[in-house]
Design a protein around this ligand. Sequence first.
Ligand code: NDP
Length: 485
Amino acid sequence: MMQTLSNLMDGRLVEPVGGAYLDNIEPATGRAYSRVPDSDERDVNAAVEAAARAFPEWSNAPAEQRCRVMLRMADLIEARLEELARAESIDTGKPLALARTMDIPRAAKNFRFFATAILHEKSELHVTDRQAMNFTLRRPRGVAGAISPWNLPLYLLTWKVAPALATGNTVVAKPSEVTPMTAFMLSGICIEAGLPPGVLNIVHGAGAKAGAALAAHPGVPTISFTGGTRTGAGIAAVAAPMFKKLALELGGKNPNIVFADARVDEAVAVSLRAAYSNQGQICLCGSRILVEAPLYEEFLERFLRGATALKVGDPLEAGTDLGALVSAAHYEKVRSYVRLAREEGGTIACGGEVAPRVSERCAGGYFFMPTVITGLGPQCRTNREEIFGPVVTIQSFRDESEAVELANGTAYGLSATLWTRDLDRAHRVADRVAAGTVWVNCWLVRDLRVPFGGMKQSGVGREGGDEALRFFTEMKNVCVKLVDG
Ligand code: NDP
């Protein structure tokens, strides 16, 4: 019997009002293995009402009380690490080892980080010419909407939910309908941890229906969204006339710049990870590799050797480097970009095709070989549009200024990586590359205290650390006249 998932509403697991469900497909097999609520506006309205009812008490609870329940949630995520990691691997197609070491631990960390951050909040007081003192009050904004994507489902959902709850907001979350399982399991954890009813409500369903209803709801003044740039633009258009506060974390086409003086072993090994982790479905993946001309041939040869050695396999098996792409539709999208690259005159240096059958169990899965494309210039669509799969391009550049020009040659600006031993150059290029995060001689090293977000069409607003705590709060300046004399 297929498992049927429920919404979390007012502290209870409930069916969608309309009683409709969508099939949830396992990407490694292509078969439906559970049913997810196909919620609509009625479910979203009920969730917002529950969240609004819970708001006065939750927002006025002492920080320590909110902290305690959120820490219990973190503990429960860690206690269920294996169960959650397996569920995430089945739901998304990513290797189990990745879910176990990255996604699930980070979800626990997100709760712990923001739960404890609120215990150490500071505020400043400004005295104006001995006449008055000014201080700033911060209050939670009300019901926050959290809309998250399929690539890192629990990690990115909790990255929004945790700071919102910590600062005293209540939340309606809409996970991606493509990967609902770990959010559903989080519902159980909320109940078990004793999170008061209505504080977090999780409504499953299609983006265009449940997601759109949440973005458009007048009772939700704050929306934190992570997903594609086009979807983000649609949400911004709906939210703007209502003056909602928005954080939009959108797509990327991130340059990975390798200068000739780089430590080559390290640059190749980490660039492979940056290209193919999670089958290239991480917004921060380094999908455009730019190599300084004297190193180009050597780098390309070593990178190709590394890429062809990666194992595409059953996500649940140890030793698998790349699992399945997330859905049939996404698989088709990635394949269409490889066709486009050929039409644009690119050379498929490796991969470029669906993987040979990885196992009997996975015969119907969406497996694609790690792919390298060369010979394409910066104007090609292949080098400008987000593919979000195990497909990278490699180009060469002559000097630092050409590297910066190529790096900045897309509409995106999420992240960039530089490989060099020249400290001066690292600082110069980091300053000139338009990206929200620049890594020097590393990739995906994340400190939760730093502001995270993109430039240009990679989004607006910043999450992480104090920025996230500020995002979910309303500021009020109070100016008090000082007593004369
Ligand atoms: P989408 O934009 O398709 O979807 C993101 C979320 O929005 C999903 O929950 C989706 O629901 C929902 N949604 C879809 N349409 C609407 C709508 N009209 N109104 C409200 N909500 C809607 O992105 P993907 O899920 O395909 O995720 C991949 C994208 O996310 C990539 O572009 C990637 O770069 C980006 N991303 C950005 C990150 C960042 O931090 N900048 C991090 C991770 C990913 P459903 O899926 O159920 O349709």
